[in-house]
Design a protein around this ligand. Structure first.
Ligand code: SF4
Length: 402
């Protein structure tokens, strides 16, 4: 399978001048091709190319639907299958319910499970994160950063379901940023518009052109492709803040997943950036400020997000930005993916390590959020980075160096 990268959410990270590479295995035809004939019914993505470890359990009877109850198996056989025995023909049973045929192998735990149990486990683990990390309070107005991609689409779907199932009492909004990139963002925004209808959640779109006077297409025409993502990332971060203010939201949630966070931990280690290292695993940033940002997918594996989106047939957009560069972050991403193939728990362990480092650093003062003296939006500096970058753009425009 061809490896693709998407940078569409990069700015939401702590290190906004670098980019998050989102491994995109969401191509549906490619996922289907992972079903194959193997003795124990497990088809592995690893069969193709370097492999990325998404596996599906093939139904030996050839049925595409696992909603049918499996044939009665003697208890000892079901137990043996659930324990993951290999090398024998016959249906593998779900490790959770022991009643239905296993159809998927969870990338996070390597357990073979039926689709229904996978959906439930996936959603419940996110619920646990929300509760344990106290991400929401009753009455919160929550703006979901919606790019149309798989992470934010799954986030919308799951948050809506959990809000109803557990009565969080929160109000949800969709918030999209239009960077002004023809052939990319205009298409993905169509997906978000459909999401607005599908989930019946109000959508607000804010654009760089309206907020800053430039589209990304215009910025790239001016500065080239070298630092385009620095501009885009800084502007997007503030654009989300501004959009959330317009929605009167008091929280922003983003679809950053465990893989993204583990990569950021490694990047900050490689850079020796200890202050960021101690913050990057936080499930809430900007706490105490006017607009905290939450990451309900802190412990959610990217491969499981892809599986969930694919099997739930969610409507999402899977094309990379036309300006996506080859970034330093890709090295960390490759490393995480390779280690994950050997031992999936390494992703969680990396996040836990980041958390532990934070505990060791708790006496250091946190960055204090204030207001930019120029534009008045949230920043930890006197003048925010968006204003500094805009100043440079305006100077170039005034001097005719466009
Ligand atoms: Fe992401 Fe494209 Fe913006 Fe770069 S230019 S940050 S790749 S959307």
């Amino acid at each position: 399978m061809r490896e693709k990268f998407c940078y569409s959410c990069c700015s939401l990270f702590e290190k906004i001048d670098e980019n998050v590479k989102l491994w995109d295995c969401s191509d549906q035809a490619a996922i289907r091709s992972y079903l194959c004939d193997e003795e124990d019914g497990v088809a592995s993505v690893a069969a193709e190319g370097r492999g990325r470890g998404i596996e599906e359990v093939r139904d030996p009877a050839g049925s595409a639907d696992n909603s049918l109850p499996a044939p009665q198996a003697p208890p000892h056989q079901a137990q043996s299958s659930a324990a993951g025995s290999r090398g024998r023909r016959g249906p593998k049973m779900c490790a959770y319910c022991h009643e239905k045929r296993a159809m998927l192998k969870r990338p996070k735990t390597k357990e073979c499970v039926c689709k229904e149990c996978f959906y439930l486990a996936f959603e419940e683990e996110i619920h646990e994160t929300i509760i344990h990390e106290k991400l929401f309070h009753r009455g919160d107005k929550v703006a979901i950063g919606a790019s149309g991609g798989k992470d934010s689409t799954v986030l919308i779907h799951v948050l809506k379901a959990l809000n109803e199932r557990y009565d969080y009492g929160i109000e949800l909004f969709l918030l999209s940023v239009d960077e002004g990139i023809k052939g990319y963002r205009d298409d993905s925004l169509e997906t978000v518009s459909r999401n607005e209808q599908q989930y019946e959640i109000p959508l607000k779109v804010v654009s760089y052109k309206d907020l800053y006077g430039y589209t990304m297409d215009e910025i790239v025409a001016q500065i080239g492709l070298k630092n385009n993502c620095t501009f885009c990332g800084v502007f997007r971060r503030q654009a989300l803040d501004r959009g959330a203010v317009l929605l009167e939201a008091n929280k922003i949630v983003t679809g950053h997943n465990a893989d993204d966070i583990a990569e950021t931990v490694f990047l900050n280690v490689l850079r020796g950036d200890f202050p960021r290292l101690t913050r990057c695993t936080n499930s809430i940033t900007g706490e105490g400020g006017p607009l905290p940002r939450c990451k309900p997918f802190k412990y959610t594996y990217e491969k499981e997000i892809v599986m969930y989106a694919f099997h739930k047939k969610l409507d999402y957009f899977a094309t990379e930005c036309i300006y996506s560069p080859q970034a330093y972050r890709g090295v960390a991403r490759e490393f995480i993916k390779d280690v994950e193939l050997v031992e999936p728990v390494c992703i969680l362990n990396t996040i836990i390590s980041g958390d532990e480092m934070k505990l060791g650093n708790e006496l250091k003062p946190l960055q204090v959020q204030g207001e930019c003296t120029k534009c008045g939006y949230i920043t930890s500096q006197k003048v925010c980075k968006a204003c500094k970058l805009l100043e440079g753009l305006n100077l170039r425009r005034a001097s005719g160096r466009m």
